[in-house]
Ligand binder design. Structure first.
Ligand SMILES: *Cc1c(COP(=O)(O)O)cnc(C)c1O
Length: 422
């Protein structure tokens, strides 16, 4: 199946007489005939359902669809993108461990890493996504467990050189985790460029309709944990909290990472999405390919309009030929990047806020990457915890307007921007 077909068909195959749409199994628990049947499930000897915190059929259908879209072997849905970021890292790194992360990542991820996870005893070194080879090399330590980057950084729109960072990570025997939220697997599949694990905030394009908050982690099934057994004892030695299972041995490269995340992290932290939310996420996924095409076409037209307007001081969109990341975007995302544009209006911070107040089609919302056009001033909202230095490091200038181009008629969007600028 190609991506468009997977959006519709992957993950769930109804049998004779079964519902065409995935069933919503809105049930916390599942009934068994004997305790022995249940015991096999608890021991992970048989697969099946017993409690929705650990697994639910509706959720599994949707996870399987996303795994297929990314070209991975297994996936785990979480209650939010933040939970997915946390799980993806904490599944490999604990107190005393170290992580190399790109500076160009979502503000919430940066806080999670730099503040909350530091409190848990995990050390982070942040590197510029375009740093020199020497700087990248110097970021690694003997206790480094993974590298983390974002395909298209929200909101700096810096395109990450996945292949380069994957090679560096692998040279140090650790995996590369990519936040692929903005590109979606329609426009970029990081596994094809060497990434080992992908996570998403499904709240954005995947849901696509402002309906549900959610996240997902996907494993490529390619990273050989046993070949670096000393670095990843959590995967390569028996888990006494789970009947002495050794994930990398018992579930292989293909299943170890997601099984551990489910059996340990979901069991203990419980950040599950509801089956109803997963059903709604699936509705969004069905039209993902179609929507991404429209988002990219609309954003391209809006970016070209902005670039020519005298009241716009700068435009950042990787689809513009003059953009710093144009060539890299063409390599990783030949069919388009995303619907998000950032730009500054002449007059700086105050003019930016006034312009936003005059918009009628695009709404001011702390959201991005969905069907509705919306607009945000990161310096006074999503990134307000960051100092000016950290803002600049994340590629966010104080006058930056983040414009998330929706799938409305593009003429309505452009006319709206035009009248607001005037
Ligand atoms: C929104 C976002 C997140 C966080 O996801 P939530 O679903 O809001 O928890 C993580 N990464 C990126 C790139 C995002 O845009």
């Amino acid at each position: 199946m190609r991506q468009e077909t997977k959006c519709i068909q992957a993950g769930y195959e109804p049998k004779n007489g079964e519902s065409r749409m995935i069933p919503i199994i809105q049930s916390t628990t599942f009934k068994y005939d004997s305790s022995a049947d249940m015991a096999d499930l608890f021991d992970l000897k048989a697969s099946g359902y017993f409690y929705t915190r650990l697994a639910n059929p509706t959720n599994d259908y949707v996870a399987a669809k996303i795994a297929a879209l990314e070209g991975g072997t297994a996936a785990l849905l979480t209650s939010s993108g933040q939970a997915a970021s946390f799980f993806s890292v904490f599944n490999l790194a604990g107190a005393g461990d170290h992580v190399v992360a790109s500076t160009a990542i979502y503000g919430g991820t940066y806080n999670l890493f730099n503040v909350t996870m530091r409190k848990m005893g995990i050390d982070f070194t942040f590197v510029e996504p375009d740093c020199s080879d020497e700087e990248l090399e110097a970021a690694f330590k003997p206790n480094t467990k993974l590298v983390f980057g974002e395909t298209i950084a929200n909101p700096a729109l810096i395109v990450f050189d996945i292949e380069r960072f994957a090679n560096a990570a692998h040279a140090h025997g650790v995996p590369l985790i990519i936040d692929n939220t903005f590109a979606t697997p329609i426009n970029c599949r990081p596994f094809e460029w060497g990434a080992d694990i992908v996570m998403h905030s499904t709240t954005k394009y995947m849901d696509g309709h402002d309906a549900t908050v959610g996240g997902v982690i996907v494993d490529s099934g390619k990273f050989d944990w046993m070949a670096h057994a000393d670095k990843f004892p959590g995967l390569t030695t028996p888990d006494e909290s789970y009947h002495g299972l050794t994930y990398a041995k018992d579930f292989g490269k293909e299943g170890a990472y997601i099984t551990k995340a489910t059996a340990q992290l979901m069991r203990d932290l419980g950040s599950i999405p509801s089956p109803m939310n997963c059903y709604m996420l699936n509705l969004g996924l069905e039209s993902l390919a179609l929507r991404m095409q429209r988002h990219c076409a609309n954003a391209q037209a809006v970016a070209e309009f902005l670039e020519k307007h005298p009241k716009v001081s700068w435009v950042n969109y990787p689809g513009l030929p003059g953009n710093k990341y144009y060539e890299r975007a063409k390599k990783y995302m030949p069919n388009g990047t995303c619907g998000v544009i950032s730009f500054g209006v002449a007059g700086g911070r105050a003019a930016a806020e006034e312009f936003m107040g005059k918009l009628k089609v695009a709404m001011i919302a702390t959201h991005v990457a969905d069907a509705h056009s919306c607009v945000l001033h990161p310096a006074s909202s999503t990134h307000r915890q960051l100092s000016d230095e950290e803002l600049i490091a994340a590629g966010v200038s104080p006058d930056l307007i983040r414009f998330s181009v929706g799938i409305e008629n593009v003429d309505d969007i452009i006319e709206d921007i035009k009248q607001a600028l005037e």
